[in-house]
Design a protein around this ligand. Sequence first.
Ligand SMILES: [Zn+2]
Ligand SMILES: [Zn+2]
Ligand SMILES: [Zn+2]
Length: 857
Amino acid sequence: MNAPPPVEIRGLRLHNLQDLSLSVPLQSLVAIAGVCGAGKSSLAFDTLFVEGRRRYVEALSTATRQYLDALDRPDVDFMGELPPTVAVRQRFPEVSWRPTVGSVAEVLPVFRSLFAREAELFCPRCQVPLPVTSPHEIATRLRERPGTTRVMIAVPTRPAVSLQALVPSDSDATTSPTPAEWQRQGFSRIIVGEQTRPLAEWSGEDDPAAPPPLIVIDRLTPGQDLARWRESLELAYRVGEGQCLTLSQASDDLPGPRQTIDGQSWLREFWSLHRICETCRAVHPPADPTLFCFNQPRGACPGCRGTGRQAQRRGRGSRSSPPPSTNEESICPECAGQRLRPGSLAWRWGGRSFTDWLSDPIDHFLAHWRERDSQIAQWDAPRQGLASLLVTRLQRLSRLGLGYLPLERPLRTLSAGEAQRVRLAAALTIELVHLLYVLEEPCDGVAASQRPAIIDELRRCRDAGHSVVLIEHDPSLLLGCDHVIELGPGGGADGGRLIYAGTPAGLADVASSPTGAALRTHQSGQSALRPRTGRPPLGWLTLTGLNCETVRNAEIRLPLGGLTVVTGLSGSGKTSLLRGLADRMTTSPAAATVLVDAGSPAQSPAPAPVEVAFIPATPLARTPRVTAAAFLQIAAGIRQLFAQSLEAQGLNLGPGHFSLHAGAPGLCDECQGLGTVLIDLQFLPNLQAGCGACHGRRFRPEVLSVKYRGLSIAEVLALPVREALAFFRGQVRIQRRLKTLLDVGLENLVLGAPAQRLSPGEMVRLRLAEFLSRPHPSGGALVLLDEPTRGLHPVDLARLVRGFDLATAGGHTVVVATHHTDLIQAADWQIDMGPGAGLQGGQIVGMGVPAAAVAGG
Ligand SMILES: [Zn+2]
Ligand SMILES: [Zn+2]
Ligand SMILES: [Zn+2]
């Protein structure tokens, strides 16, 4: 296949990209590299993805074209042909319990519609099958059943369930017909108790406590023709409100209830057109896909509205609350976490309910599916098509190394790497030729051994004619790409320039490239980080009986005032162990299971940490109103400085006028301080466009006219940390807090940067800086980080480790879940989880100083 010409980009100016010109090859695997803030995301997502989507929308619909002029277009002199684009990024962790592996990967809609067609209902109370049986099916079954000699078709004088009574009507429909009315319909015999009598002799007496008398509709033998059988059964259904009985003189070995009539034993069978249970008299609706949908009132458990969880209890006032845990007590007692109504759970296919299918790991699901191959082979073409779609999607999840996950697992309980691969699987289901996929570190959070499978999947995608652009740092993965584009050399104002474009092999020869330097280090087999100095720990913390999710009864020991790494395959229970640790330390720090002993015989035991700080690598907020300055708690101080100026006092402006909070009085009227406006495209996701009134400055003109040391509030919020530190000379509190940002290498971060726009690497360091800048109780804190190496260039990793060094030097105990080999080697202590993933994980397979734990585990 001849690849189409590359996408030419000339004169691109966006955020910090400085008049960038480059070409992006199509139908290849292209990596964009560079340190934090170099402009990778501006090129990959804000240019390639946004422009590709804009052109696709333009081609799709003329009705939406009128809105497109207002769209935030990248400022570019020329940009060549682009295929439609799909972006996969995972910046916000799920907060809802609703999205599951199966729903996000687009497996559930397919399985639901097949299950609704194929499943059989069992009475939820009596556990008997409740098939819908047509007269033809009953007739065929009874005539062909060996050992049957005579059959009576009957209907009870009172139906098991009066369907007319379920529907309100004017006539008194609940009264049964009188003997005369039955006779008028042409019937002549009735079974009362154990005897058959002529209908004419029956007075209409009926003991409500006993089973109702039976009107005999017809008496048949198997030899009589099928048409007669069907006619009689149709008549029985008509007079019996869709319910009837057959009484068969049949061989004794047939299972089922028997009834004695005129001294002989008859097999008694109840049939219905409406899934009626004769015993408990419940009527069940027919199955349709909504019955198996957690998000629909028809299907969802009323106790938890389909989340499977009870309302969350509030955390215990700790500043950084630990991540959500899935302790047993939070599971909905009504459905036992199955999320569906009892009526939905009563449907089974292959003996398994809908949630039985979903609770199996994907690989087991596929095995059960194959057991039904012969049944599936009988399906019609549309259903076979759905079945093969389902299997393709499940196999892709399995190839992406997720075969151990059950489809029902909520996305919010997955690690970042697992969640992103589920989203990747979903993106790969789009059936369009020649797409451009824009991905953010698809192997993030994935252990080295699992990475080749993911790269293989991306190659398969490229070989199918798609183009793949990924933001990537990992030297081993860069070497597997077709083309590398490096931006840099630094972040912010120091970035945004093209450092390199070409084959990965050539990058190592570029002396000025930070990524090239990392490649050279990688190829020489060295670590990018210097080993720690081997400071003795302040003491040892021992915790026993740790339980959380897959982790059961674990015992761990870790050095106080040290850096501990938790390692293992993706899904081996690293995150669960951190949660268990956070739960234990917040709920029972004084319990006997938390032991502290001295680091050396000469020392006295250090106090146990009383504070738990969980530092997630997730966004600070979902709103652009939260800025880096606000998160660092210097925004209020800055507002105060502006409000104190003579200009502000002359204009009657207070501190509130310089605030970005929703509804604050100084905000731009047009965009309410967001700097952008949303455009509703009706059939497509909303798009953002720059605000025409304030041009992104976010405040009203009179607020912007107020100057502090010559700069407006918008200009101050545009200062990078390095310049802000000098600008706020004399403001000790603001300067002290800014200094911690410098310490963790965030000197290029802009004060007013919306929290949403920060890269994961910047967010985790901003959180760490905020932690370091506030006071802590003696004994220090237990600082927990879940995969903070996401999105980190080796240069930025070294800066993050500098932040860890500051924390441990301050007496804090740092525990980091990671797969990053360099970080593991730089740690004081390692806890290795395994042996496998999912149910095969959750155990501690090694503990010790890193090299020893790796060798032993
Ligand atoms: Zn029942
Ligand atoms: Zn429930
Ligand atoms: Zn505005």
